[in-house]
Design a protein around this ligand. Sequence first.
Ligand code: ARG
Length: 551
Amino acid sequence: MAACSFRRSIASQLSKVLDLPPENLIKSISAVPVSKKRRVADFQLSIASVTEDNSRDCLAPDLHLQAQKLAEGTVLRQVLKDGSEYGVKSELFSTVPKQKAVIEFSSPNIAKKFHIGHLRSTIVGNFIANLKVALGHEVIRMNYLGDWGMQFGLLGVGFQLFGNKEKLKTSPLQHLFEVYVQINKAAEDENTKKLAKDFFRKLEEHDEQTLSLWKQFRDFSIDEYIRIYKRLGVHFDEYSGESFYQEKSKEVLKMLENKGLLQKTIKGTGIVDLSEKKDLSSFSTVMRSDGTSLYITRDLAAAIDRMNKHNCDTMIYVTDKSQSNHFQQLFQILKLMGYDWVERCQHVSFGLVQGMKTRRGEVIFLEDVLNEVRSRMLENMASTKTTKEIEDPMETAEKVGLAALIIQDFQGLLSSDYQFSWDRALQSRGDTGVFLQYTHARLHSLEQMHGNEQLTDINVACLQEPDAISVLQHLLRYDEVLYRSSQDLQPKHIVSYLLTLSHLAAVAHKTLPVKGSTPELAQARLCLFQAARSVLANGMKLLGITPVTQM
Ligand code: ARG
């Protein structure tokens, strides 16, 4: 029964009792969550939603017992055999077709602040991409830079006045930001405004020298972004940007005109009527009075181009919810233009984060956040007595600190706003990323201590204590949690699953010693801990966390 999974086996037994095809049952079988109140061995499976009149927990007693045995025996072997594929290989996903997804996330604006919204977009988008890849889908990770618009007129003029080529090379993000701040202060005066307009006009006309300076701004910035994203463990397959779509925006405007969708206002701007009654009670502005494109025009062109180029099954945009209206309008216009694939476009939005500040003040660069969390974590590590000699404390602090940021961010619904707190995020106990990392490191050193060769021939009958059963039972539910997150793209299911797993493993670690037990028992327990660590690591990686092995 090697290939026969536990859930499938239950389904086939049940199908005989209920006289229903097993395929219909698989998704309705779920392991009972471990409950804090009722800490007894319980491997019962609940059947909800198989038939309408069916209440939960309807398994016959003999089936219940069989399920228990089956699960106990199978889950450990399955975890250890499947390794990083445990859960994702589940039959829950067998009917989900493999798809291609373009996921656009992060998308900062050159020379402007990289704010918390960009950070959130980065970690959320990365999570969605990781999850889809793990489930066997093809994913294109795309960064759509704010690399065009009047701000580049100002920036160009600013650079001619205050710029420094050397600084542009060594720290482009900081330097361009400073230049941009400086020129904005000067931009009050009419002459500067005019110069900026001229610069941007030359840019739009592709004047060689102007374009080459702009290209340097962009290229150097991307180099630095790549370096910083790497610290976060994030990469992109494509660096796109608004600049790609100024020509194509013109085509979009023509298409809108040809389809009779473009209307001119008295002021000369171009609008698309989005109202149902065609009374302009709602509309979107797609063209300035001078004929140039807007943010949404470029997004229209970009969406059409993405679909042409990648022919994908889903197109996802990850931004904060202040842009919900924008994406709604974008999708509405695409629909009016006759692009049915707009049904497969999705805006994944998230709430606002208040109060993220570093000791130096306001967050301007992503790197500020990374440095801050690393140094705070280093201080915490230095002050705990248990921190052993760590090979690379900076790197460990960074990974643990990032885990703290990610878990704090992913704990609630993405759409909720939350108040940022360094202290809460970095607590070593409780529901934090630090706790996950700590648990992972402890389980890892347990394996190191007792030899971590692949254990295969274990006697599961040794694992009868409630604390062991709880861990087993929880491991059984991993695929269900992945399934939920894959359906609603919310990381919180995985987060709360991993926190519970860590709590259960910590308890088991205390009550079920390996050292001093008979070899058979020690083997079985080690195996249990190995499985827990493996699933913990898998889940953490999906969330964008790199598990540490010491801390
Ligand atoms: N650069 C934009 C900003 O910082 C986000 C871009 C979102 N993506 C898009 N296709 N419009 O607000």
